[in-house]
Design a protein around this ligand. Structure first.
Ligand code: CA
Length: 228
């Protein structure tokens, strides 16, 4: 059974979400404030958290950061109003895996949740390791190294890096990355991808990889360079 923790202070939206998720077979818990959310995150160990960024007692982004450190492997999807776009970027940097802008359709939410949860159980690439430049990936163990030093990547960052390295030297389009890493079949603009690439590039560079290794092709996609 998949556990979903809904963090939402609006009681109408909160119960609508938990009712709908229960109808689709998810085990749900509802928290209307930050303290309850952290408590439930530790006791109920959810697989996925839907986090409304606009909460009365706590800043949504700091709650996101605390939830991420309490649950390194849970998927966190933040819910935001259209006016809080800046917060989305900050929340992604604070550990969220994805976001949905309110109002959203229930079918869209369910599709995203299924995609995220399915992704967690995808078997590793049959090849056990890949390397380009100073980076080496151990696919079975899902660990990444730069010049032999392990780099701590979040699950989506690891998935993103594996796609880029597997297709090193080629242009990988934004659509392909969204589809492969987020199982997303919506091709609109999304900050999710850019924020994850930004974080990935920063982490690799901090350990000594060349910052030019990941080339941004504006509006098109990214290329992982084989020769520098
Ligand atoms: Ca709210």
């Amino acid at each position: 059974m998949t556990n979903v923790l809904v963090v939402e202070d609006d009681p109408a939206i909160g119960s609508e979400l938990t009712d709908a998720l229960s109808d689709y077979g998810y085990e749900t818990a509802l928290a209307a404030d930050g303290e309850t959310a952290l408590d439930l995150a530790l006791r109920a160990t959810p697989d996925l958290v839907l986090l409304d960024l606009g909460l009365p007692d706590v800043d949504g982004v700091s709650l996101c950061r605390r939830l991420r450190s309490a649950m390194p492997y849970a998927v966190i999807v933040v819910l935001t109003a259209r006016t809080q776009e800046f917060e989305v970027v900050v929340a992604l940097e604070a550990g969220a895996d994805d976001y949905l802008t309110k109002p959203f359709r229930l079918t869209e939410l369910l599709a995203r949740l299924r995609a995220h949860l399915r992704r967690q159980t995808v078997p590793a690439d049959p090849r056990s390791s890949m390397s380009v430049g100073r980076v080496r990936l151990d696919l079975a163990a899902r660990r990444a190294y730069v010049a032999g030093t392990e780099v701590m990547l979040r699950p989506k960052e690891f998935d993103l890096l594996s796609v880029l390295v597997r297709r090193a030297g080629e242009v990988v389009t934004r659509e392909q990355l969204m589809e492969e890493v987020w199982d997303a079949n919506w091709f609109g603009p999304t900050k999710t991808l850019d924020v994850h690439v930004f974080a990935l590039r920063r982490k690799l560079t901090e350990e000594g990889e060349d910052p030019r290794r990941i080339t941004t092709l504006r509006g098109r996609g990214y290329r992982y360079e084989t020769d520098l």
